[in-house]
Design a protein around this ligand. Structure first.
Ligand SMILES: NC(=O)c1ccc[n+]([C@@H]2O[C@H](COP(=O)([O-])OP(=O)(O)OC[C@H]3O[C@@H](n4cnc5c(N)ncnc54)[C@H](O)[C@@H]3O)[C@@H](O)[C@H]2O)c1
Length: 324
């Protein structure tokens, strides 16, 4: 692929490197012969996710917090690109703890931007989210739509996008925001605050019915991790995209009820039912991406649909004795 050489030898900071997306991204960067400097405070990350990378001479890890500005100022010396994945990542948790969410997501991101500006970092790619769109009825979601986030998490992501744009405009920093839509795949945790797929896989493996919030007819774009990693690499080396925002999704929506059927079928547990419960505050009804802009400018093309992505994810968990 054309971007391999462009990443070779680059010094790349990955925040949230022990998390789901950060660790997968870091693996791919190491594969492309970049030097990865990873940071994580283990709020939600796992040492297990980076244990192989720690054997790689091109990988350095620091247990650190993005709220620590002095540390960031030090670590950003001599960095070419930052992939900023660290965050308070759960919508329901942000509803319970809005101040903590703001401190990590907004103040932490501002710390990174300012340290990057002072240290002359070339490029910053930020992990934004489909949650910035909020519950607007227009579908699919396009980058230039009106944004009305309805959760503290969504508001914080939008605030970060605005800071990225301001840092591009005022200081000329090469900033890009990628709005991910429901990412899933190996290393995504099965925990109360995870995405729906790992939680359901955990339940299905234990022979329990998946739980649906609402009527299950809400539509979502489920995006396989490899496609999200690829979008980051493309953005890291693209020219003339400073200040831009891109949707990154599979652009192939399904309902949550359809998702339950697909997972049960792949796991050969079609005899299981589904338990319905009340919708959660902060959750969005329908969300799927128009990725025309990413296709055109980044040459991004999702390579996995829900069937092929889920099969890969399930194969991975089988190889770990059905742990997620
Ligand atoms: N997974 C998705 O579906 C999805 C969708 C949209 C956006 N995103 C965004 O993508 C990024 C990565 O998400 P993920 O799914 O890998 O989540 P994750 O929770 O697995 O990873 C986030 C990592 O950040 C670390 N972290 C949290 N607070 C920190 C702090 N103060 N200092 C340093 N590290 C800290 C955590 O320990 C964790 O390892 C996040 O910014 C998230 O908001 C994810």
């Amino acid at each position: 692929m054309f971007y391999i050489l462009e990443l070779e030898g680059k010094r790349i900071l990955v925040t949230g490197v022990a998390g789901f997306i950060g660790s997968n991204l870091s693996d791919e960067l190491l594969e492309k012969k970049a030097s990865v400097i990873g940071i994580d405070n283990f709020f939600n990350g796992r040492m297990d996710n980076i244990k192989d990378s720690l054997q790689n001479q091109n990988f350095t890890f620091h247990k650190a917090d993005i709220r620590d500005y002095d540390f960031l100022l030090e670590i950003c010396k001599d960095i070419d690109i930052i992939f900023h994945e660290a965050a308070f990542t759960s919508v329901p948790q942000s509803v319970k703890m809005p101040i903590s969410c703001n401190e990590v997501n907004v103040n932490g991101t501002l710390n990174i931007l300012n340290a990057a500006r002072i240290r002359d970092v070339e490029t910053i790619i930020f992990a934004s989210s489909s949650s910035v769109y909020g519950d607007t009825p227009t579908l699919p979601k396009k980058e230039d739509m009106n944004l009305i986030p309805i959760s503290p998490y969504g508001v914080a992501k939008l605030a970060c996008e605005k800071y990225l744009y301001a840092f591009y405009k005022v200081y000329g920093l090469n900033t890009v925001a990628l709005r991910y839509f429901n990412v899933y795949g190996p290393r995504q945790k099965d925990s109360t605050y995870s995405g729906v797929i790992p939680i359901w896989l955990g339940r299905i493996y234990r022979d329990e019915n998946p739980i649906v919030f609402g009527d299950g007819e809400q539509r979502r774009d489920f995006t396989y991790i490899k496609d999200v990693v690829n979008a980051n690499l493309l953005s890291g080396v693209a020219n003339n995209i400073a200040g831009e925002v891109f949707n990154i999704g599979a652009s192939s929506p399904i309902t949550v009820n359809e998702l339950a059927d697909i997972i049960k079928k792949i796991c050969e547990k079609e005899y299981l039912g589904v338990d319905f419960t009340d919708p959660r505050p902060g959750d969005i009804r329908d969300s799927f991406a128009d990725i025309t802009k990413a296709r055109k400018i980044l040459k991004f093309e999702p390579k996995y649909n829900i069937q092929t992505g889920l099969k890969k994810y399930i194969e991975w968990s089988k190889s770990r004795n059905y742990t997620i």
